[in-house]
Ligand binder design. Sequence first.
Ligand code: MOS
Length: 702
Amino acid sequence: MTTTTPGPTALRGAVGTAHTRVEGRDKVTGAARYAGEIPFTGLAHGWLVLSTVTRGRVRDVGTAPVLGMPGVLTVLHHGNAPRLRTDYVGMLGTRPDPTAAVFQDARVPFADWPVALVVAETPEQAREAAEALVVTYDEEPHTTALAADDPGAYSAAGHPPAEVGKDLEAELAASAVVLDEEYTTPEEQHSMMEPHAATARWDGGRLEVVDSNQGTTWVRAELAAMFSLDPASVRVRSEHIGGGFGSKGLRAHQVSAVMAATELRRPVRVVMTRRQMFSLAGHRSPTVQRVRLGADPDGRLRVLDHRSLNRTSTVFEFVEPSASVGQVLYAADAHRTASHVVRLDVPSPTWMRAPGEAPGSFALETALDELAVRCGADPIELRLRNEPETGPVSGLPFSSRNLAACFREGARRFGWADRDPRPGVRREGHLLLGTGTAAATYGAGAAPSTALVTAEADGSFTVRIAPADLGTGARTALTQIAADALETVPGRVRVRIGDSDFGPAMIAGGSMGTRSWAWAITAAAAELRERLAVAPDIPPEGITVRSDTTEAIGALARKERHTFGAQFAEVAVDTATGEVRVRRMLGIFAAGRIVNPLTARNQLVGGMTWGISMALHEEAVRDRNTGRHYAPDLAGYHVATHADVPDIEADWVDDPDPDDPVGIKGIGEVGIVGAAAAVANAVWHATGVRQRHLPIRPDRVL
Ligand code: MOS
């Protein structure tokens, strides 16, 4: 079932072979430069100042003493910053988050809201002055805690509830087995290794921003709109990225850097600190989810009713669509899913790896496990009994659906057949052992992109696409894809990325980047080969073909397009301390054609590791009284460390996408989906104590 592959030196057929990252040597030797460390002559440094109150208005920014401090060049705040345009709808269909459109008015809608930027000759001078800056406020009362019954909860226009099939309450009343439970997940932070950083400068009438982001043309479009500039006069570069996970779009650092560079007429760099990222970079909202299931005695679902609630800020609406996972996974006679949102005095949440599916699958896949117990059914059998023929809500056919194959292969390799279903009966000294499983799914889409492919006079090829490689290995995968499409070897292909001048393309997000760019590269390469077949002479400047996949992707038939997976976990629970240790994890995925088994495994194992972290550790705790985080840093916010991560294996079944030129589906997010539920279900199996609230802290186990 595993993709077996010829070695990396094969003359043909690079796709499907293990290939180390093409920029790997540059990264480990430090030759690869990140946005916060690229040198510029005359560089000035900005330091963001964040509000110390949770809600209110800025009364005064005491700039005078600070302007006299060593090296200080300027202090930007709402009283002197240029006015920005914020009434546009951006590339991703939303208005900009005012958290990024900094210094436009005196209001403070949440704790650690940006109120000023201090710019100085050195980062140390900027920081010292920023810490000395006295900002006074008129404080207002605030509410930051999410409650299931908040009267302010509403259904967002972009995320309407879905209800199909028979009458839900009647079906529930007629169900032999009924489950009605509440599940919660906490605020979670995607605190990627590389903090947000941008350097802005004016260069011969063009604005250049060297930045760490998930889409250079996306950030370019936002900056151009906000500053009322011709997009052609803005260039955004983003060559190496140390993680994005959904948070690296337009944020306060780029906007404030552009403001300062414009005022000072010199390059200005703004880097977020780790602590600033906790409020300025977005996060995953806590969720409160109610799942009601009604089933026949054999576990066939009559009712699937999943309602999720998340909180957003008062300035930006972000819905974590947690309930939507059931729209893909299970058929039911009465099917209702709704993701609601409530506005509180908290920072704006954003996309965080598998937004919706990650917390949603925790609730739904735990509920399915509970239902299996109540029906006396095996949890895998129960899931297979509820496999839908078509999209449970849409009625559309699946492009391919290999969830059952994942469960079969996973069960075989994990040794599921030997499992004693009874909870709390496997002892090893003071430990209780258990195993659990859960399903995973994530959307598999493609979005219009352009690529430039050049046949060079020396016989090599250059490929250009605008977005960046977040660290996933996308650049390497694209090298392999281009090599195959050009009928050459990866060593003759140079992939250049991370420059908005290369033309519009899908961002590195939504598990859609590599697939979307591969499509464009394949199209351009095909045309280039046709041209070379007719006229093989290459001029010194090379021959360049530009592709645009808008039409091809627009012509795709409407189908349910998803990846799937089966997660398995084994845990040991200490009966004295309540400590949970994951002993092993296995994920088997149906995720399209795997371009590079090495980097794909990295991605999937990374997602599963994050699932362990989500299950057992991650929780950003906000003080109800102050509305602020107790510990906004990686000392206070626990993430899984090496000692927490055991033997994890990810593998896949054959599942090429029938409608994709390369067969790709996209693997960026499916690895985390269901992973926390598999761990939670294993904890139940070990102890008999059901875990409906994350993280599974010792006090929740004992
Ligand atoms: Mo991902 S959360 O779409 O960057």
